[in-house]
Every structure is written in structure tokens, then in C-alpha cells.
Design a protein around this ligand. Structure first.
Ligand code: PEP
Ligand code: MG
Length: 583
């Protein structure tokens, strides 16, 4: 039966905003077929196509079985009996029969949804043997979809893939998120994920409302269902009632108006009520954010995550291409500074090189500066491109995931070589270009006093610093409740870093959390860098703070014993200073 009652699924809000539209559901493992609407009269023809695909698949599986029997024996071939049984599974076929007249969509789309649903149920059963069969079911599904002949007379109907929609997915990789067509995808919701995954960070950069960690999402939602995604409160509302719809339309208009008021203050300095100035810069991932940087009133770019540009295509852009790209950004931000972070691949982002062997611990593996130092020719191409861009405006460069002095010295040596090469070529660069490092590994934070002798600035990456300090995977939803940037261990490392005395910025997601701005200002951060969409809120927050009060609170926080107390201390000031941001 088509569901008509309203239902709410809850998760973690990771990118603010409200999206309303039909649902597009993407399960894991198998590419969803294109969905078409069909008329009731076309259902019979769809069944004929499906029956033919089942027969073809049956023949294929029989042939495979015989081959494996010949090569390896009967026992090994027995698995194909299970495939054949699943292919004609009565429960699945009965469900498909029920769903076809209700959904009125092409049969591969409905079959896909029914089987994915079944697979999700199987993944959750207690029996380990049954769980292990999920891959076989996926295999059969793929085969059937491959064997579906195109509809004889496809009806000219819209394909929801191009229609504005809310995307419900089991999981989204950062690269999938970067590829989303933001004209049609109004927001997304996933079963997996966490607030500091790069998927969530990208959602905020793209200005897409997003909610993650919704249990049973793929099972509970249906393609084509109307839904509201509430990125403020972490809710997905299926089949909203008229009243709910009206409420959200009004809320959307109200939030838009409030946000525009904040954006209207973008020319005001980020200065506390008692005159303490903070530099507010933008975190940027995409070329098309150039306009957003200007609109947000950012004083330049505090973190340009170059990996999204470098790893976008099938080959790395060469020095010339990189130079043109970096130069465009530098010129558009002039007279402000742009800080380029060198390639930070690995972890949850795309690997630098495809490899047969999976890393067991990618966040502890071949990531950040480690990759660059082991591929010096490629690293130097990027360094030369950044140096050349520095001839066109104010530029800084910084290295990610530094764990100690040796890496810094090695990177600086290569940078010196690049300078010499450019001089030899007669190409200009700024000899005063600032060089810094990310402080995101606890050992680097502990050594900040020493590292400060070798570089011009630090930028604290609180996402990784939190991950590595409390040993909690930033993308693992099972431990996301433990991911607390206000852990006393983390804030003590931050203070130690700031006390090293060189200019220190904060560029992790903590810098965009309005609850924690009082703490960061009080700890002595001179610069905050965050996504352009959240920057107007951060500016407003800073302008309503009192620096002396924040400093006193930070001292207290440094003596606190647990993360909750520290958060509460900061939140008390935030609520008192800018209550309307919490409405
Ligand atoms: C961080 O780790 O806080 C950071 C800013 O870098 P990224 O999120 O890209 O790892
Ligand atoms: Mg990081």
C-alpha cells in the first residue's frame, strides 16, 4: 500500500538548511538504474521484459555453474544453486508484483528498490552465514539489471534523476558529494557518516542541507516519496502533512531572511565588543566558490583544500594548469591572502594512486605530507605552481598532517629547490611567501615550540587533531558520540600550540561551531577559517563577544576535567552573547 501518513526519521544534522522534494534513494554497492514513470497500461510490457531478463540470467548462471564444476568441482559450483534460487525467490517476486502498480515505474527501478530493501534486512540479521550471502544477492541483482533489454517504446516521462530531489543514500564518499549536481539535488541524508567527515564538510561548502546517521534510512524510504529534510534539527520527514509543509515553508522563508540580514553585515570587521580583532578567512574546496568568498566578506582564504581540484580528473593537472588555477584564486582574493594547503589525499578522501592493497588504517597511513614527500617530483610541481601564483598576490603555503620536524625540514628543502628552479627559469615568485604547517597530529602540537622556529605560521586542524588525540575515527558513526573537540586533551594541545608564539589560525570545523567561538577566541586564536556559508554567523558571534570574558573562561576551561564542562562554559557565554543565533 502507498504510505500516506507522515513519518519522521532522525539523524545528526551536519549542514544547516531545509530541502523539500521527492526522494531519490541510492543503496550501496550497485548502481541504481534510471527511474522512469510509466502508465498503468505499460505494466504488463514491463513484466515481459523482466521475465526475459530472468530467463537470460538463468542461462548465464547455469553456464557459469557448469564451467566452475569443470574447473574446480561440484562443491565450489554449489553457490550458483543459491543464485538460481534467489533469482526466482517467491517473496521478492510477490513484493515486486505488489509494488509495480503502486509505484508505476520501470520494472528495473522497482526491482532494484525491492532487492536493495531485502539486502538491507539481510545485513541486519543475527546469523553470520545469512549476512555473508548479501554479496551473492547483489551479484544476481547486477546480472538481472544488465540483462534487461530497453523498453520497446519508452514512454516520454520525466526521470527523477534530473528533477529536484532529496537524495537518501546509504553512504556518500567525499568524491560522490563533490560530483553532486546541486541544481537537482537539494539536500542529502545518509545512513552512515559524521559531522567532520569530508562528505559533511563538502555539504556545508556546497550549501546543501544534510543529515547523516539515520538508522534504517534505505529500508524506510521509497523512491518518489515526498520528503522534507531538516538540516537544522536532523530530521527527514516522509509524506509530510499539509500543516508540516506549511510550517517548513514558513521556517525556510524566516531562516532565509535571518541569514540575509547576517550576510548584509559582511563588511563589518570581526571584532569583539572590547576591540579585539580576529581575522576571518574562508575554507575552500571548489573553484566555483570564488564568488561565495567575496559575498561572505572573508578576509582571504585560510585553507584551500587543493586535493579536490588535483584529484578531480583521471590525471593530475600539471604545473601550468595548477598555476593558472591558483593564480585565478589569488587574483580574485587580492589584496587578501590565500593559503594553499598542499595535497592531502588519503584518509576518507580519494587515494593518490589506485592500489590493489587496501590500507588497514587509512587515517594512519599514506596521507598528507607523507604522500607528497614520497612523490617529490609531483610535490615540486605543486610547490612551483603555488610559488608562481605568489607573484600575483598574497600567498601562503602549508603542509598537512605533519607529525614532526623531519617532515618539515624535508618539505622546506624541496621548497628551496623549487625557488632555485624558478630563478633559473626566470619565473617570478614572492620571496616572502609565508610557509606554515597544519597542526593536526598530537606529536606536532607537543613539538609546537620547536616547529615554530622553522615556519611562519600554524593552522590548527581540529578535525584531525581531535581524531588523533582521542583516537576516535572521524568518519565512523559508531564512535561519533565520542568525537569531542572540547576534550581537555585537545584544548590543552591547542593552547600549547598557540603559546608557541607564531601566528596561529584554527581551520577545523570547530571554528564554525557558534557554541565554541567564545572558547577559541579565549584560547588566543588570532584567525578563524571556516566554510563561506557559516562565516556570516561566526562574524556575528565574534562581534557580540567580550574578549576579556572569553579569556577568563578559557583559563577556567583549561582547568576543567571533562569535555562537557568545557562545552558548557563556552555555551553559557555564547547563549548570553548572541541568543538569536540559537533560535
Ligand atoms: C582538519 O583536519 O581539521 C582540517 C582542517 O583538515 P581536513 O578536514 O581537510 O582533514
Ligand atoms: Mg586534516
Amino acid at each position: 500500500m502507498t504510505e500516506t501518513f507522515e513519518r519522521r526519521l532522525t539523524g545528526q544534522p551536519v549542514s544547516p538548511g531545509i530541502a523539500m522534494g521527492v526522494l531519490r534513494v541510492e543503496a550501496r554497492g550497485c548502481q541504481a538504474p534510471v527511474t522512469r514513470s510509466i502508465s498503468a497500461a505499460a505494466v504488463e510490457g514491463e513484466w515481459r521484459r523482466f521475465e526475459a531478463a530472468l530467463t537470460r540470467t538463468e542461462e548465464e548462471i547455469h553456464a557459469l555453474k557448469e564451467r566452475v564444476e569443470r574447473l574446480s568441482g561440484e562443491k565450489e559450483a554449489a553457490i550458483f544453486d543459491a543464485h538460481l534460487l534467489f533469482l526466482r525467490d517467491r517473496t521478492i517476486l510477490a513484493k515486486l508484483q505488489r509494488e509495480m502498480p503502486l509505484r508505476l515505474q520501470n520494472i528495473e527501478a522497482v526491482y532494484y528498490a525491492v532487492v536493495q530493501n531485502f539486502m538491507e534486512v539481510m545485513r541486519r540479521v543475527d546469523d553470520a552465514y545469512l549476512r555473508s550471502r548479501v554479496a551473492d544477492i547483489g551479484d544476481v541483482l547486477q546480472r538481472v539489471l544488465k540483462n534487461m533489454a530497453p523498453a520497446e517504446k519508452p514512454e516520454a516521462q520525466e526521470a527523477p534523476s534530473g528533477e529536484p530531489c532529496v537524495l537518501a543514500a546509504f553512504d556518500l564518499a567525499p568524491s560522490d558529494t563533490a560530483d553532486l549536481d546541486t541544481d537537482s539535488v537539494l539536500g542529502f541524508v545518509t545512513e552512515m557518516g559524521s559531522a567532520v567527515s569530508h562528505t559533511a564538510i563538502l555539504a556545508r561548502s556546497l550549501g546543501l542541507p544534510a543529515v547523516v546517521g539515520v538508522p534504517h534510512l534505505v529500508i524506510d524510504s521509497r523512491v518518489g516519496q515526498f520528503a522534507i529534510l531538516d538540516g537544522f534539527n536532523g530530521e527527514l520527514i516522509l509524506n509530510p502533512t499539509k500543516e508540516t509543509l506549511e510550517h517548513y515553508r514558513a521556517l525556510q522563508a524566516e531562516k532565509k531572511k535571518a541569514y540575509e540580514t547576517l550576510v548584509g553585515m559582511n563588511n563589518l570587521p570581526a571584532e569583539t565588543r572590547d576591540g579585539h580583532r580576529i581575522r576571518l578567512a574562508a575554507n575552500v574546496e571548489f573553484v566555483h566558490e570564488f564568488g561565495a568568498i567575496q559575498r561572505s566578506g572573508a578576509e582571504g582564504v585560510g585553507l584551500f583544500r587543493t586535493e579536490f581540484f588535483l584529484l578531480d580528473g583521471s590525471t593530475l593537472p600539471d604545473e601550468e594548469e595548477q598555476y593558472a588555477h591558483y593564480r585565478a584564486l589569488v587574483e580574485s582574493c587580492s589584496p587578501h591572502e590565500v593559503i594553499f594547503r598542499t595535497l592531502d589525499s588519503g584518509g576518507d578522501k580519494l587515494p593518490f594512486e589506485e592500489s590493489e592493497e587496501q590500507e588497514a588504517n587509512p587515517f594512519l597511513g599514506w596521507r598528507g605530507i607523507r604522500v607528497s614527500l614520497s612523490r617529490p617530483a609531483i610535490f615540486k610541481e605543486q610547490l612551483r605552481a603555488i610559488l608562481r601564483a605568489s607573484a600575483h598576490g598574497k600567498v601562503g603555503v602549508m603542509f598537512p598532517m605533519v607529525s614532526g620536524l623531519t617532515e618539515v625540514k624535508d618539505a622546506l628543502l624541496l621548497l628551496d629547490e623549487c625557488r632555485a628552479e624558478l630563478r633559473k627559469r626566470g619565473q617570478a615568485y614572492d620571496p616572502k611567501m609565508r610557509v606554515g604547517i597544519m597542526i593536526e597530529v598530537p606529536s606536532a602540537a607537543m613539538m609546537a615550540d620547536v616547529l615554530a622556529r622553522y615556519v611562519d605560521f600554524f593552522s590548527i586542524g581540529t578535525n584531525d587533531l581531535t581524531q588523533y588525540t582521542i583516537a576516535v575515527d572521524r568518519v565512523n558513526y559508531r564512535v561519533s558520540g565520542m568525537f569531542r573537540p572540547t576534550h581537555p586533551g585537545v584544548i590543552r594541545l591547542m593552547r600549547h600550540t598557540i603559546e608557541a608564539g607564531i601566528p596561529t589560525a584554527i581551520c577545523g570545523e570547530m571554528g564554525a561551531d557558534i557554541t565554541l567561538i567564545p572558547l577559541l577566541v579565549g584560547l588566543g586564536a588570532k584567525e578563524l577559517s571556516c566554510g563561506t556559508h557559516l562565516l556570516p554567523l561566526v562574524r556575528f558571534a565574534i562581534r557580540h563577544l567580550n574578549y576579556a570574558e572569553c579569556r577568563a573562561m578559557a583559563e577556567q576551561a583549561l582547568q576543567a576535567e571533562d569535555s562537557r564542562t568545557i562545552r558548557a562554559l563556552s555555551k553559557a557565554i555564547a547563549l548570553r552573547s548572541y541568543p538569536n543565533l540559537f533560535d
